[in-house]
Design a binder for this molecule. Structure first.
Ligand code: ASP
Length: 341
């Protein structure tokens, strides 16, 4: 039987960092030394090929141009690889995993993002478990077909759907959560695959790469006391095409007239406004309270139970598609790749 061929893509992040002896700050180092640090990789029942960003980055420097670079690497190696593991800093990993889920239409192979809270050379590192198990999961096959056929994120014994995750902790090993969607795989003595939750892509459809992303967008987190001036100034940004409004609870906002009017005028100018809850879990239900009824009436789009990370990626993706206002709303409110319930 042919063993799976996994492509390991190194973009940067703590997993491959070392401490600068002079400053004490963590910085990226050469990928070849990363592999030397994990001889265990040779024991896995798969072949591993590697590719690295020329200049690995701290993921705080992540941007759409790098998302495109990762998507292109996957596209170029799609036929020769059975699965992909992307080593990425944890800070913006959920954003990248979300973006890739929209950019890789009809994906039928695993793309697993992972990283670590401690560098791979650290005695107490979480990097080895995260990396080794990610490769094992990417290698899982049934009837010579990959078991996982979507973009995922693996961290601290759990595989999540990538576009459902959020970084929730800056120091715990359990750094991510997927509050609105169940875990896809749990890693204990055995790997427990929760098959009923896996994405089932269209049979026979070939991979389609979407490389255009429109970043003329803003995210506005509401807070009691948000001022008219600030809101007006954001909505008057030249070329602004979409705004994610992080609202309270089930999608509620202040119902003051100046606020609703600003949103209404912006929607009339063609700016898409998406309602996403500030809560880590649960869903926007516009109309449940009086404080969200008007939002629905003026044409605010419901982000339902999407994460802000997924909504940002989806907004950039859909804005590049020249959709009518009606089509845009319909597409945004339905699931493209499992990002919404
Ligand atoms: N700042 C690092 C990064 O996101 C943190 C990490 O890797 O966990 O690249």
């Amino acid at each position: 039987m042919k063993i799976p061929n996994i492509l390991l893509i190194y973009t940067g992040g703590t997993i491959g960092m070392i401490k600068d002896p002079e400053t004490g700050a963590l910085r990226s180092f050469d990928f070849d030394s990363l592999l030397d640090k994990i001889p265990e990789l040779k024991l896995l029942a798969c072949s591993i090929e590697t590719i690295s960003f020329d200049k690995p980055i701290d993921s705080s420097n992540m941007k759409p141009a790098y998302w495109i670079k990762i998507a292109e690497i996957i596209d170029k190696n799609y036929n020769s690889s059975d699965g992909f593991v992307v080593l990425h800093g944890s800070d913006t990993m959920s954003y990248t995993a979300s973006a890739l889920s929209f950019m890789l239409e009809n994906l039928a192979k695993p793309v697993i993002f992972t990283g670590s809270q401690l560098p791979i050379g650290d005695l107490r590192t979480d990097a080895k478990e995260n990396l080794i198990t990610s490769i094992q999961i990417a290698s899982l096959q049934e009837k010579e077909q990959p078991v996982i056929k979507e973009v995922c994120l693996y961290f601290e014994y759990k595989l999540y759907r990538g576009n459902r995750t959020t970084k929730i902790n800056a120091e715990h090993f359990e750094a991510f959560a997927s509050l609105n969607y169940p875990d896809l795989v749990e890693s204990g003595v055995h790997l427990k695959v929760n098959k009923e939750y896996l994405l089932k892509p269209k049979a026979g459809a070939s991979l389609k790469l979407h490389k255009t992303l429109n970043n003329n967008i803003a995210v506005i987190k509401l807070f009691p006391g948000i001022s008219k001036n600030v809101l007006n100034s954001i909505f008057s940004t030249p070329s602004l095409q979409g705004v994610i409004l992080e609202t309270y609870g089930a999608g509620n906002t202040t119902s003051e007239t100046w606020f609703i009017n600003t949103l209404k005028e912006s929607i009339n100018k063609g700016i898409h406004i998406i309602n996403i809850t500030q809560c880590s879990g649960g869903s926007v239900i516009m109309g449940q309270y009086e404080t969200s009824t008007q939002l629905k009436e003026i044409g605010v789009i419901s982000g339902k139970d999407m994460t802000t990370e997924a909504a940002i990626a989806k907004l950039m993706h859909l804005l590049s598609k020249n959709l009518s206002t009606k089509q845009f709303k319909e597409h945004f409110e339905s699931s493209i790749c499992g990002e919404i319930s």
